[in-house]
Design a protein around this ligand. Structure first.
Ligand SMILES: [Zn+2]
Length: 54
């Protein structure tokens, strides 16, 4: 399986983006310049929900 090693802008860790995933496509097409890992995207989503209800 092909994958890219991408730097998470939030925690600065290298994580793998596997072929077939949305991030892989975005990275390949350079549509997004910043990427975050699953852990961070989960946290960001939770924070966004918290802020929404504040
Ligand atoms: Zn991260």
């Amino acid at each position: 399986m092909f994958y890219y090693e991408v730097l998470c802008y939030n925690c600065k860790k290298i994580f793998k983006v596997y072929e077939g995933s949305l991030k892989y496509k975005q990275f390949k097409e350079r549509k997004n310049k910043i990427f975050c890992c699953e852990d961070c995207s989960h946290k960001i989503r939770i924070d966004a929900i918290k802020n929404f209800f504040r």
